[in-house]
Design a protein around this ligand. Structure first.
Ligand code: MN
Length: 296
């Protein structure tokens, strides 16, 4: 069975959840299954609603179908309930390239995941423009990341149970002002510029896709900059959830970005920064491609 592609979309009638079908068709869940009015309701519906969605997607009612071209894709979770949780320095080759910019050639493997957050308001849609933030940062950079969407609440989650709490997977771009990230010590300032968290284009349910070893990559204006596999994470998704949930309750709809592989602009020789007009294409095997452009 093909993996389900869950989306959030909008048109003149407002924002709602849908299923992206073959042939550029969208199954409008506000029509086909009104309780699934938005993605958080879909997630809260759990396995039973997912099974109902599969049945609908396999035999979609014609009156609930829209052409994809007639709607605007939004981030699958357009407004997370709280900050987007992130892990820094989670691929060894990325740790090493960052260390090299500071003259360190014998990088140590991090002992614990480095957690930080991006403000929930930073999330933007596939295709939406990311501002240059000229005058605020001189060094805008990209980071492709596998994103885990939490399905069921939990605290003190053991590693072996962690994947049971994941609803599905999407792609995130952890757009960063590198100079701000360094200047302020804490990363929040450099990581929470307005519109700095493109998310999407779809959520693929965890039941349909193992994210343990997927190709992950990013192109700028067609040039391959990042290319790795999710199996190269230092702390894998179960370990991240285990450690983040220690004494802290994860909630349905929480968004967890799991770190970026090597190939970011600031570690290139010479260092590269994003410029107006640059097209960022982020691809993860089995999920799709998230494309956003830097605006003037
Ligand atoms: Mn990141």
């Amino acid at each position: 069975m093909a993996a389900l592609n869950l989306i959030t979309f909008a048109d003149a009638a407002g924002s709602r959840a849908g299923v992206l079908l073959s042939g550029g068709r969208v199954l409008d869940l506000a029509v086909a299954m009104p309780p699934a009015r938005d993605m958080l309701a879909v997630i809260d519906g759990g396995a039973a609603m997912l099974a109902a969605l599969r049945a609908l997607a396999a035999n979609p009612p014609a009156h609930a179908l829209l052409p994809l071209a007639s709607v605007a894709l939004q981030a699958p979770i357009p407004q997370p309930r709280r900050n987007v949780f992130c892990v820094g320095r989670n691929y060894m080759d990325h740790v090493a390239e960052g260390d090299r910019t500071r003259g360190i050639t014998n990088s140590e493997v991090p002992k614990y995941p480095q957690f930080f957050t991006k403000a929930a308001d930073c999330v933007i849609a596939p295709g939406a423009k990311v501002p240059t933030h000229e005058g605020v940062t001189k060094w805008l950079d990209y980071e492709v990341e596998l994103v885990a969407i939490i399905g069921t609440a939990g605290r003190d989650i053991p590693k072996e149970k962690a994947l049971e709490h994941v609803y599905g997977w999407t792609i995130g771009n952890d757009v960063t002002g590198r100079d701000l990230q360094r200047r302020h010590g804490q990363w929040f300032k450099g990581k929470s510029l307005d519109r700095s968290c493109p998310l999407g284009p779809v959520i693929v349910p965890a039941a349909d896709l193992s994210a343990a070893d997927l190709a992950i990559g990013l192109k700028i204006n067609g040039e391959q900059r990042q290319a790795s596999r999710t199996s190269k994470m230092i702390f894998d998704v179960p370990e991240i959830i285990h450690q983040l949930s220690a004494g802290f309750t994860l909630l349905p709809g929480d968004v967890i970005m799991t770190g970026t592989p090597e190939g970011v602009g600031y570690a290139m020789q010479p260092p590269q920064t994003l410029k107006a007009g640059d097209v960022m294409e982020l691809t993860i095997e089995g999920i799709g491609t998230l494309t956003n452009t830097i605006s003037d």
